[in-house]
Design a protein around this ligand. Structure first.
Ligand code: ADP
Ligand code: MG
Length: 357
């Protein structure tokens, strides 16, 4: 496996547009994917992920814009001439064919000699840990095994790019986690470009070199997972990727004030004199007993506590009526406030982000 030329498999999308009637399914999407990169398209249902992927694969034609593979314009090529491996959510295996025949199918279509087909099928089945299952039929296998067959079938003709549309969507949580690790390992082994569609933010963060967050047909942010989570570009990204506390603030001469006029800490230098929203993740929100002389932070009390195993979720209500959530890992029980305690909510300045309201 693997390409002899390590530099193949670069994808560029230029101003892709696709409408269905008057609805803009994909609205001016541009994206450059490096050879060998693992990129996720992450967004809620209906945000245009599948339509984008299908335009790369050639099953949908864009109204305008271009798809390039290694600088070659493939926008108008039919799917079978693009040499891209595609994996769908619902496996789409041929039910009347054995696993080996399913995997051999793309090679037979390409008129690869029989002896070579046998070698390549057995090699790829070993790679997805299905060497012993070659003569089984799809219905004799679990969902996870069937999805591995689909992956083998997409990889067997050695395409430089693999397109995956929610491939783990139909599986239960434990199996999803297991298979996502397998796909990551496979990605490292075969070094192919992978474009992975998911609505599951944890999956996207765990697997990707970069994540493109989509909303209403547009890409809102493309960044490394850490930056998507720690430095969301806007309120949609902040809210979609993980839990977040949103605090309305006013900025006056560089000073950030909370709803009750509290001085709040943020590392970034805010724009002058604007209304904005301060974002802070629950795991970064500290609740400490109110003490005399504390001038920063938001005063209030703990109104609810939920034990969830590894952590405790504390609901906090400020004197001004703001509801905030704090997540505290259950490591040292003595640091935990009690229900009803008067507290000050605060955070490290570097853990807060200011976004346009
Ligand atoms: P996602 O994969 O992110 O859930 P899709 O790309 O499937 O989103 O859909 C984007 C938008 O385009 C949605 O509003 C969807 O209803 C619409 N859409 C997708 N395919 C079609 C189609 N064949 N005909 C009409 N509308 C479609
Ligand atoms: Mg979809």
């Amino acid at each position: 496996m693997g390409n002899t030329d390590a530099k193949t498999g670069g994808i560029a999308l230029r101003n892709l547009q696709k409408r269905y009637g008057s609805a803009r399914a994909v609205d001016d999407v541009s994206l450059t994917v490096s050879p060998g990169e693992f990129i996720s398209l992450l967004g809620p249902s209906g945000s245009g992920k599948t339509t984008t992927l299908m335009m790369i694969a050639g099953f949908e034609m864009p109204d305008s814009g271009q798809v390039l593979l290694d600088d070659k314009n493939i926008t108008r090529l039919p799917p079978h001439r693009r040499e891209l491996g595609v994996i769908f959510q619902n496996y789409a295996l041929f039910p009347h064919m054995t696993v080996a025949d399913n995997v051999a199918y793309p090679l037979r279509m390409r008129r690869v000699p029989k002896a070579e087909i046998a070698i390549r099928v057995s090699r790829i089945l070993d790679q997805v840990h299905l060497g012993a299952f070659a003569s089984r039929y799809p219905h004799q296998m679990s969902g996870g095994q069937q999805q591995r067959v689909a992956i083998a079938r997409a990889l067997v003709f050695d395409p430089p790019v693999l397109l995956l549309d929610e491939p783990l969507g139909a599986l239960d949580k434990k199996l999803r986690q297991h298979l996502r690790n397998e796909i990551k390992t496979l990605h490292k082994q075969v070094g192919k470009t992978m474009i992975y569609v998911t609505h599951d933010q944890e999956e996207a963060l765990a697997m990707s070199d970069r994540v493109a967050v989509m909303h209403e047909g547009r890409i809102r942010q493309i960044s490394a997972p850490q930056d998507i989570y720690r430095r969301p570009a806007d309120l949609f990204v902040a809210g979609f990727v993980g839990e977040v506390n949103l605090i309305p603030v006013t900025i006056r001469s560089g000073v950030i004030q909370g709803p009750a006029g509290e001085k709040l800490l943020v590392a970034q230098q805010p724009d002058q004199d604007k209304d904005a929203t301060l974002c802070v993740r629950p795991e970064h929100l500290r609740l400490e007993a109110t003490a005399v002389g504390i001038s920063t932070g938001i005063h209030g009390r703990v109104v609810d506590m939920t034990f969830v195993g590894d952590a405790t979720i504390l609901e906090f209500r400020s004197d001004s009526g703001l509801q905030l959530t704090s997540k505290v890992l259950n490591i040292s029980a003595d640091a935990m406030p009690n229900l009803g305690d008067l507290c000050v909510a605060s955070w490290a300045a570097s853990d807060a982000t200011i976004l346009a309201a």
